[in-house]
Ligand binder design. Structure first.
Ligand code: ADP
Ligand code: MG
Length: 678
């Protein structure tokens, strides 16, 4: 059955996984057998307590063994159907009920030894278990112990995942064991289990400590890989040379600064100086510019472009979305064209024919499309990547492909995400960091309110009275901009237009719109021809519309604090008081309290620290929407482990990658996977 199955096999090679499931799994970036085995449970359901029927009390979560005596499909007067069963062991009888699982009628055998797990509830005066899990006694997968629960995804049940993962682990156990990439000496030193045991135990733990031991190993290797990848990149970069040395950069940049309608803030200025100092070095710059939302990173980047242009070097500027690329294009035209600097835009929708006719640009701005269009790199001096966490390592290096190795361009990456010290050590150890730590002067802090459901109508009335423009962001429903998200936005838009704001001019923006349509809507909004823009979370990054003063976020509880902060940062950019209204679709007090921290903090760094307290390890920087790092088991606040893994990584590098081929191959595989879509 498993013949020829290896860790690198595509999922369709696994018995029982066809194109349909491969596609669902693909959405989670699970493409190979190995990826599936590393899809770890988010928690475990504890079914380890065994009881007899006669011992049961309401509230028990237990496992029983016995037989199904009866199974009947029942249809209520209102058309609901359910399944009723009676289970027995040697001590008594127990009622069972299943909703929405009619197929069980034919798949569950009567009068055979079965294992049942579930939670005991009261139904009138009798005990009942609703939707129990049942399987044949023997090698248990879904009952009778700690049962893995996987992160929820539409169409992929934990039960299905457990079955397939179990099948795989059994089928290629030897290959897994032989393929362990952690050096023996490390396993011994830290008392980690081998890969086969660790994988078995993380998916099918014998007990809590078994699961924990497995997690310890994976947390260790996760951080180790990050360190190794960073060290490898650093080594690579250190070997690069640039022939692009600029003399007197401070003098060169002055006309640009003199032409600005404002003065740089102190830390914009110091960041720019750090960048310009790098332009005078042998080694190409590899710098991360971090600054809170609205702190003014763009103008610093453009100052760098200007400086290099004075020495006749061109630049490339890549942004994660088309809207953002266009916005940068507009800003660049305004600030650079007066100096005769030739700016052009390349996005997924710009026609190839037109580009061919364009003269080589001094500054090329674009989206991912830049990766697929040949941009002449002969005189390339600087590559800028905005919102760098939205791009994978591979995409970043692809952008640098084709450059003259003897004249490697400088690289400036930018992010609004504050970087905890621990993270900067692991992830960004190869980068130099510049920080813009203040906002431009005269910004009025945004007022944020978590609005309870009973105040919704009042909030709408209040919005109608505002003179500034309003964003209404629909909830984040799924990981990427799927049809579900789009549908929700469209129906919200229609509802608001007809029922709530009939007198206002509303626009709709979502990721599935054609780029021309998006552009038209953004233009109307920018030109104040729209009062309200209803949007999916695509507006998250970078949009700069100073006239917008109200940000309404629906289903705010589905967003991380960092994302909420990003969204909120779309307002408060002009000189008017701005507001952020957060609506939750839950009353759960923990979620509400978490949202209330948004009322207290206006600063990204403080919020990131709060986020760390609220969300479990690995969650904060979890998905592409919420952050940037796919940590499954490790806790990025675990200083001790970060330190140990850092030292270990350095030792392994010193001993030479050639001594650990499997380990370094694995690091390579992981790195190439960490590409974030969007
Ligand atoms: P971000 O850092 O989020 O990318 P932007 O570069 O979009 O921020 O800048 C936000 C706004 O602040 C822009 O409208 C920009 O013109 C303005 N701005 C930038 N620097 C200054 C400054 N020193 N003084 C006043 N306004 C500034
Ligand atoms: Mg920006």
């Amino acid at each position: 059955m498993s013949e020829g199955l290896t860790l690198n096999s595509p999922l369709t090679a696994v018995p029982g996984i066809g194109a349909y499931y491969a596609k669902l799994l693909g959405r989670l970036e699970i493409k190979t057998v190995e990826n599936l085995l590393y899809h770890f449970p988010s928690r475990y359901q504890d079914f380890s307590v065994r009881k007899k029927v006669a011992e049961l009390v309401v509230g028990d979560t237990i496992t029983l063994s016995g037989q199904l005596l009866k199974l009947d499909a029942v249809r209520t007067r209102y058309g609901r159907s359910f399944l009723k069963g009676i289970f027995r062991d040697e001590t008594g009888l127990l009622n069972l009920l299943w909703f929405n699982q009619p197929y069980l009628k034919t798949s569950l055998p009567l009068l055979q030894e079965l294992i049942l797990s579930g939670a005991v509830e009261a139904d009138n005066n009798r005990l009942v278990i609703i939707n129990p899990v049942i399987e044949a006694s023997g090698d248990l997968t879904h009952t009778g112990g700690l049962i893995a629960v996987y992160p929820e995804t539409k169409g992929l049940s934990s039960k299905w995942l457990r079955s397939k993962i179990k099948l795989l682990i059994n089928a290629i156990k030897t290959e897994i064991k032989d393929g362990d990439y952690l050096p023996e000496a490390l396993l011994e030193k830290f008392r980690f289990s081998g890969l086969d045991d660790a994988l078995s135990n993380i998916h099918f733990p014998k007990d809590v400590s078994g699961a924990q031991t497995a997690r310890n190993r994976f947390a260790f290797e996760e951080l180790l890989f990050l360190h190794l990848a960073t060290l490898i990149r650093k080594k690579e970069w250190d070997g690069k040379k640039t022939g692009i040395k600029i003399t007197d950069p401070l003098k060169k940049v002055q006309p640009f600064l003199d032409g600005l309608p404002f003065k740089l803030t102190a830390t914009q200025d110091s960041s720019l100086r750090e960048i310009l100092a790098d332009f005078g070095k042998e080694k190409p710059m590899n710098r991360l510019l971090q600054g809170d939302v609205g702190s003014g990173k763009t103008v610093v980047a453009l100052a760098a472009v200007y400086t290099l242009h004075q020495a006749r070097y061109s630049s490339i500027y890549m942004a994660p979305t088309e809207i953002l690329a266009k916005q940068h294009f507009a800003t660049a035209q305004k600030l650079l064209s007066p100096f005769g600097i030739n700016v052009r835009l390349i996005t997924g929708s710009s026609g190839k024919e037109i580009e061919k006719d364009l003269p080589q640009a001094d500054l090329t701005i674009g989206t991912h499309a830049l990766l697929f269009r040949p941009v002449p790199k002969g005189k390339l001096g600087l590559v800028i990547i905005d919102e760098q966490h939205r791009f994978g390592v591979e995409q970043r290096s692809k952008l640098l492909e084709g450059t003259d190795p003897a004249r490697f361009p400088h690289l400036l990456t930018m992010t609004a995400t504050p970087i905890p010290r621990t993270l900067s050590l692991t992830l960004y150890g190869d980068l130099d960091l510049s920080v813009i730590s203040e906002l431009p002067p005269n910004r009025i802090p945004i007022k944020t309110w978590v609005v309870p459901p009973e105040k919704r109508e009042a909030a709408y009335e209040w919005i109608k009275k505002q003179t500034g423009q309003t964003f209404i962001v629909c909830p984040f429903i799924e990981e990427s901009e799927t049809l579900t998200t789009v549908k929700a936005a469209v129906s919200e838009f229609n509802y608001l237009k007809q029922n709530i704001f009939p007198g206002a001019r509303l626009g709709l923006l979502h990721g599935r719109m054609k780029s021309g349509e998006k552009e038209a809507v953004m233009k109307e909004f920018r030109e104040k021809k729209l009062d309200i823009l209803v949007a999916t979370p695509v507006v998250e990054v970078g949009i700069d519309i100073p006239e917008a003063t109200v940000m309404v976020i629906e289903g705010a509880n589905h967003f991380g604090l960092a994302s909420l902060h990003q969204l909120r940062g779309r307002v408060g950019r002009g000189n008017q008081q701005s507001y952020c209204l957060l609506f939750a679709d839950t009353k759960e007090s923990g979620s509400i309290t978490r949202l209330k921290t948004m009322e207290k903090f206006n600063n990204g760094r403080e919020l990131a620290e709060e986020d760390l307290k609220w969300r479990g390890p690995g969650q904060i920087f979890g998905t592409s929407q919420h952050g940037f790092l796919n940590l499954k088991t490790a806790d990025i606040t675990d200083y001790q482990l970060i330190k140990i893994t850092g030292e270990t990584a350095q030792e392994l590098i010193n001993q030479g990658p050639d001594n650990f081929p499997r380990l370094f191959q694995k690091v390579g595989r992981n790195t190439s996977q960490s590409v974030n879509p969007n």
